[in-house]
Design a binder for this molecule. Sequence first.
Ligand code: COA
Length: 308
Amino acid sequence: MGGIRIVGWGTALPDKVITNADLEARLDTTDEWITERSGIRERRVGGTTTELAVGAGRAALAKAGLEPTNVDLLVLATTTPDQAVPATSAAVSHELGLHCGGFDLNAACAGFVYSLVAASGMATGHIRNVLLIGSETLSRVTDWEDRSTAVLFADGAGAVVLQAVEGPGDLLGWDLGLDGSLRPILYADLGGFIVMEGREVFRRAVRATVESATQALRRSGVSADEIALFVPHQANIRIIDAAGQRLGIPRERTAVVLDRTGNTSSASIPLALADAADAGRLSPGDLVLLSGFGAGMTWASAVVRWSA
Ligand code: COA
């Protein structure tokens, strides 16, 4: 069995910006509270999960120099599908003009890393190019009257193209986890809004990130010192800093976009990864640690060599 490498990446964000000042004007909150407690300054809202996924997917294919007909598998990580049936990947595939298999994967904010691991395992034989997209419209499941969640969640999409290669490839090691007993601390009922025990999620998130990242590093035979870039799920800067501190990875080696994007669940890791790549923060051979956690509770980490 062969491995994969990342050969393209792309993003899509809605045009509409909602700043903390906008929220301050309509909720019992302040810019100071939101910035201090979460690190978020503004977020993007609008569009459908399909529209954002198509935008990010198209950009990633262009970066990889591939046509839609070159894609052999589509994996869409989302926790906010546009319809109950069919899967949103059906609409995304049609809009992009793909002719291959595809499916949605819902592992909440760990969805992108779950999908990376799943897609990597499938990239063999006739499956050479995989389009992997994380796309979310969390604004549609957020109660904009609830200050405890409205300040955090937003919309966006990020994508990567994985290519099958001979030999072990660039996914060096990974860890996936799920503790369903923690469903009550973060959930949305069908047709309902996100309900969250913020403090409990915070505490669990730091622990899950540290333990899962440590497992992935160990299985990769890589130490935290060797990680050129830590790309954590973009939920809260205090969670990122606490996890980074425990792992021994400083902010200088950490990708952060949440100040501009808010929490975009499955889209947050590819958005942060693409931002770092576009800013020239990644060089061939760099080791990257991806780590996400989310509702379920799920968690997922992966160590990837950047060879793009
Ligand atoms: N503006 C002003 N005050 C707010 C507020 C807001 N937007 N939201 C909550 N508060 C209030 C609370 O009501 C509480 O008031 P009280 O002390 O009078 O009861 C006070 O601020 C402190 O609330 P608390 O929940 O303890 O704050 P916190 O420091 O834990 O920060 C979160 C709240 C939500 C930012 C933080 O817990 C968090 O980020 N948790 C993880 C959430 C997450 O990442 N979810 C997604 C996982 S994928």
